[in-house]
Design a protein around this ligand. Structure first.
Ligand code: PAF
Length: 282
């Protein structure tokens, strides 16, 4: 496995592979790899001849007062894991190798980025779309894998790829969970022992909400209100950033639950902002 930091070198290597008729899989990450990331790598590996895993804490998707400076990292551990799971290249550039000082071109998909995470993180998806486009241009992957925990991100990337005719197939991987249901996230590392013990309530609330819909709840406001109250009692240390019911592809709020609906939440527990979601079939 090669470890590259230079975008030009990455692009050169990937172009050589493409010219040889080889397919390339891409798994973009911000590092501190956990089993959720490993499942993305394991999904991509058998589907492509060559596999590129990127480790890049992309500064442009963090707002002021977010956790850019404290984002957890374990470069040697990440490289060892990526290699053990069959990566051919780990790409870990420095920020100034990815962004010129006068970088001024942005990719944005405004309609899908307004709600959920976009409401409290206004520049987040612009940063994600821009860096993912840059990675697509560097690697020219045949397939790229993203996790469904960041469902909105996945929907936005699918829309971007469609709208810009980017020749890549986007694969979504289901959320990987701890045995008690907590969705795996690098930010779980911020949780204290007590917060970690309480955090599975996030998933349990979503499961109960889905059950209520199955039993006839159709009013989205009522469903959200119920979940706010549920978390107030089961996760009193949690601060709700959002609880939303939206259309799964276009991330538009729904008022009546009459077709498949995504229930998505972001809850602050201590220093961690934890995301989870459930697709509710009606
Ligand atoms: O999901 C992430 O880890 C990041 O948003 C991504 C896709 C690697 C872009 O920086």
């Amino acid at each position: 496995m090669k470890i590259l930091t230079d975008p030009i070198e990455l692009q050169h290597q990937c172009l050589t592979w493409r010219n040889q008729g080889l397919t390339i899989g891409l798994v973009p990450t911000m590092g501190f790899l956990h089993d959720g990331h490993m499942s993305l790598i394991d999904m991509a590996r058998p589907q492509c001849d060559k596999l590129v895993v990127t480790l890049f804490v992309n500064p442009t998707q963090f707002g002021e007062n977010e956790d850019l400076d404290n984002y957890p990292n374990d470069f040697d551990g990440d490289c060892a894991k990526a290699e053990a799971h069959g990566a051919d290249i780990v790409f870990a550039p420095a920020p100034d190798a990815m962004y010129a000082p006068d970088h001024s071109t942005w990719v944005n998909v405004p309609p899908l980025g307004t709600h959920l995470c976009g409401a409290s993180r206004p520049i987040h998806f612009r940063g994600v779309c821009t860096v993912v486009t840059k990675l697509f241009n560097l690697v020219q992957p045949t397939k790229a894998v993203f996790g469904q925990k960041d469902w909105q991100q996945l929907a936005i990337i699918r829309r971007m790829v469609r709208d810009l005719n980017i020749p890549v197939e986007i694969l979504g991987h289901p959320i990987v969970r701890e045995t008690d249901g907590l969705a795996l996230s690098s930010r779980n590392a911020y949780l204290t022992e007590a917060e970690r013990a309480a955090a599975p309530a996030i998933r349990q609330g979503l499961l109960k909400l889905a059950e209520r819909v199955k039993n006839g709840t159709r009013d989205a406001e009522a469903a959200k209100h119920w979940l706010v109250k549920e978390y107030a009692s089961t996760l009193p240390m949690g601060i709700v950033d959002y609880i939303e019911l939206v259309t799964p592809d276009s991330i538009e709020p729904v008022t009546t639950i009459s077709s498949p609906t995504l229930a998505a939440v972001a809850i602050r527990v201590g220093k961690a902002r934890l995301l989870d979601n459930i697709l509710i079939e009606v």
